[in-house]
Write a protein of this length. Structure first.
Length: 269
């Protein structure tokens, strides 16, 4: 990588250096390891608050910091979004029932670097329509990641996701998006999960960001509940989400949040 080039693009996107990839990989690995360890705990009868307690304990055991505790007043180390909750679900006394699907989102800070990831889990046995939703959402994420390489655009990422999801007769949420990160939690660019191929800023080596499509079985519209955090589908249809943090390399991208145990997709098995 040419270290003499501008460190901020005209779109306000920071270009990180080769050495910075190691810091992001370490943060991403710890975040992913915590989500690996959550998997066996997701069972009917478990509360989302119990999962939160475990995540807090694991963050402490690793000697790292939660990025979400205290962020804009949020008081939890995870977001846990069940069934028709799209994102930012608050963990608490809710008891998981057989067949419930849930997204668990964890971000940690390790030596100043932010590792941000989320995955889908199932309590018990999923319905076929829920399982299909999860499969499509995971595939959509991976198709978006496959579009990450220097010279492509952020519109290419969104188009890859949207075109696939809509071909499966599902919808992509427009109200929330991925984001730049690195030594900050949220930064330019906004990474839309829909769009026109060839549009938007051009991807450059050294960009760090998340891709985190939210896919609904029904319509894409959402609403935020009175707690000012929990976003749900307006039509009460099921929603799923997967998230990876990635960095653009010379030939493609590095996924910082790969599961150390290979559990990223079918976490309920």
């Amino acid at each position: 990588m040419d270290q003499t080039r501008a460190r901020i693009t005209r779109d306000g996107i920071r270009i990180y250096e080769d050495a910075d990839f190691a810091g992001m990989a370490k943060a991403g690995r710890i975040a992913a390891e915590i989500l690996d360890m959550v998997a066996p705990l997701v069972q009917p009868g478990t509360t989302t608050g119990a999962l939160e307690d475990f995540i807090r304990a694991e963050i402490a055991r690793h000697g790292v910091t939660s990025a979400t505790m205290g962020y804009k007043g949020y008081q939890h180390a995870s977001c846990i979004s069940v069934n028709h909750v799209v994102c930012h679900g608050i963990p608490g006394p809710k008891v998981l029932a057989d067949g419930d699907i849930l997204n668990v989102d964890v971000t940690v800070i390790v030596d100043g670097w932010f590792g941000d990831n989320s995955r889908m889990y199932v309590a018990g046995t999923p319905s076929r329509k829920a399982e299909r939703l999860i499969e499509v959402t995971h595939e959509a994420l991976m198709r978006g990641i496959a579009a990450v390489r220097p010279g492509n655009t952020f519109g290419d990422i969104g188009h890859a996701i949207q075109s696939y999801v809509e071909a499966q007769r599902m919808s992509v949420v427009r109200d929330f998006c991925g984001h730049g990160l690195g030594r900050v939690f949220h930064a330019p660019p906004n990474v839309l999960h829909y769009g026109r191929a060839g549009s938007g800023p051009v991807l450059e080596e050294g960009m760090f960001f998340t891709i985190e499509p939210m896919v609904n079985l029904g319509r894409p519209e959402t609403k935020v509940l009175a707690d000012d955090w929990t976003a749900v589908t307006r039509d009460k249809s099921l929603s799923a989400q997967y998230e990876h943090s990635v960095g653009v390399t010379a030939t493609g991208c590095e996924i910082f949040t790969l599961s150390p145990d290979g559990k990223f997709f079918r976490t309920w098995e």
